[in-house]
Every structure is written in C-alpha cells, then in structure tokens.
Design a protein around this ligand. Structure first.
Ligand code: PMP
Length: 322
C-alpha cells in the first residue's frame, strides 16, 4: 500500500532545516549521518486537506508533533521547537510552498554525528541531532473500493526490542519486509501479527474489525503504533453511533470471521479490506460501518464537521518564490 512516490520534495520547494527555511535542494546530508547508519531518527506523516481555492487545513498536526517529540525522547533526540511551534513552522512551510491541493508533510528528527571527544560507537548520548521538515502535494492514493491483505510471515517488532509506539526510522525495515512479501504474493498490504501471534497492525496503518455490530481494534499493548487516525475513528464512532470500540487482544482467527475489516492511517485514510488471505471479507464489498466511518472521516478532514474543528489548523497559501 504505497503512494508510488517518495516523500521527497520536488525542485523549487522550501524545507525547514535546522532552524531556518531553506531551498529543499540545498539540504545535504552526508554518508556519516548517524541516523543513516543506525536508523536513529523519528518521523511523522501529516496531511493537509484543501478546503477552498486558497485555504487548506493541517489535520491533527499538534497530535502528530506531540507523538514525534515523545518518539524522539526515547532516542534522546532533543527536537527543539515545541509541538505548538512545530505546527506554526509547518503552516509557514505549506504557505511558502504554495500547494494548491492536498499536501503531505514529513518531519524528521534524527541523530547526526558524534560530538567532539565522544568515542566511536553506537550510542544515543553525545550525538548531535537535526530537524528537517519537508512538504509535497499528495492526494488520496489507496483505492477506496477496497484492498486485499495477507497475514505476514514477518512478526511485528515487540515493544521489548524496538517499540512500535515510537515512529523510529530504522524500525521501518520491519514494515518494508512485510510490504515486500505481501506485494510479491499479490496482496495490496500486509497485516502483522505480534510475537504472541495476535493481530498487531498493517504495514503503515491500524486495523479495525466489525463483527455482529461490535467494533474492535488491537489494544496499545499489541505492539502497534497508536495511530492518530485510529484515535479519530474511536471518537467518531463513539460520538456518531454510540459505539464503544473494543481495544483488546484481537485473535488471528477473527480476521477470517469478521463481517468488515478496515485500515486507518494518515496516508491511507480509511480503507476497506475486502479480501483477507485470499478470502472475501463479509460480502466482499465495503460494509456499512466502514462506509459510515469513511464518510465521517472525510467530513472531519474537509472541515465539514464543526464538531471536529479543533483538529484542524488553517493554512492560507501565498507561495514565496525561491
Ligand atoms: N501503524 C504504523 C506502523 C504506521 O506507520 C502508521 C502511519 N503513521 C499507522 C499505524 C497509522 O498512524 P496514523 O493514523 O497516526 O497515521
């Protein structure tokens, strides 16, 4: 389930790098970069949604930056700006880049080099860090009529080895292995089990199941990234339908007996899973709960739901030429 493109900015775009707005093409990172060698970086993916010809809204940007700051703390990376300051920086970045449609923001905080006098080695203390934020135009890229998933033979990295709840760059080799296997087998995406053999999450999305009107998703103790879209869906279902999502251990066999399965993530948004391990899910078409969640989410991100206005940060675009 990939965007079919990299999260690299096009030529002529601005980046925020180490405290200043600079042309993205001028950001040069060398082979000695610690994050490149050991995977010691943290990142986020944030979407902005067009809401008129000159305005868009960042969706839950503050929550994404708070998660990035806590992921960073685990790796002893001092991000610098606060979550609120990062929202302001991002608003300015989008404004400068003058995107006219939906956009995607990729902030990265990462270890750069050993400080003078610090002995060579894989370490977290005594290593400098950097912050880079880029943005690029990006619309929906996952088919909303449904995708196929297969359970991966790769297990999700356990919390006791590398916590999935922190969005650590190096950990995404685990996700890449699962995606590679799934797409080679002809599926659109992979569903990970954790070390206990219970459902964890998809390659870059959380998993929800509907069975006999009850909705469940793997709990925070199932080796998942606690997705912001997952949290949005839990609140929207509670508010709109009075449905309390069960956050619990989800057994693999439940994937085979669910009436509906859907994935949630900033990138994929809400996507129905209509085939699981080569078998149709329910009727093989997106189910009613999934459709209602897709509609409610679309209204929230497109600023058509006044009750979720607090999730949105307005961006007024006026491109600044390089
Ligand atoms: N799990 C993983 C492994 C992910 O990479 C993502 C995407 N950030 C998600 C879940 C969904 O998280 P969110 O809704 O915050 O984008």
């Amino acid at each position: 389930m990939s965007a079919g493109r990299s999260a690299a900015p096009a030529r002529g775009q601005w980046a925020f790098h180490d405290g200043a707005f600079v042309p993205a093409a001028e950001v040069r990172l060398g082979p000695g970069l610690q994050a490149l060698q050991y995977g010691t970086g943290v990142f986020e993916g944030i979407r902005a949604y067009a809401a008129g010809p000159d305005t868009s809204h960042l969706y839950r940007a503050r929550d994404h930056f708070s998660r990035m700051i806590s992921s960073a703390a685990l790796l002893r990376i001092a991000v610098g700006p606060s979550a609120d300051e990062l929202v302001e920086i991002t608003t300015e970045l989008l404004r400068r880049n003058g995107h006219t449609g939906d956009a995607y923001v990729r902030p990265l905080a990462y270890k750069t080099a050993l400080e003078p006098g610090v002995p060579f080695g894989v370490r977290l203390q005594g290593v400098s860090s950097s912050l880079t934020v880029v943005s690029l135009p990006m619309g929906s890229y996952v088919p909303k009529e449904g995708i196929s998933c297969g359970v991966s033979s790769w297990r999700r990295i356990p919390d006791s080895s590398l916590p999935a709840r922190a969005k650590i760059t190096g950990a995404y080799a685990n996700n890449a292995l699962a995606t590679d296997e799934a797409t080679q087998a002809g599926y659109d995406d992979a569903v990970f089990l954790n070390q206990a053999g219970h459902v964890a999450e998809a390659s870059t999305a959380n998993v929800f199941l509907v069975r006999a009107g009850r909705v469940a998703t793997p709990s925070h103790a199932s080796d998942i990234l606690e997705g912001i879209t997952r949290d949005s869906v839990i609140s929207l279902l509670r508010r709109d339908e009075g449905v309390e999502v069960e956050q619990r251990t989800v057994l693999r066999s439940e994937l085979g007996t669910a009436d509906e399965i859907f994935l949630t993530g900033t990138g994929c948004e809400i996507v129905p899973v209509t085939s699981m391990d080569g078998r149709p899910v329910g009727s093989g078409a997106p189910g009613p709960v999934t459709r209602r969640v897709m509609d409610a989410y679309e209204r929230a991100v497109r600023a058509r739901d006044p009750r979720t206005a607090e999730w949105l940060t307005p961006v007024h675009r006026t491109a600044v030429r390089l």
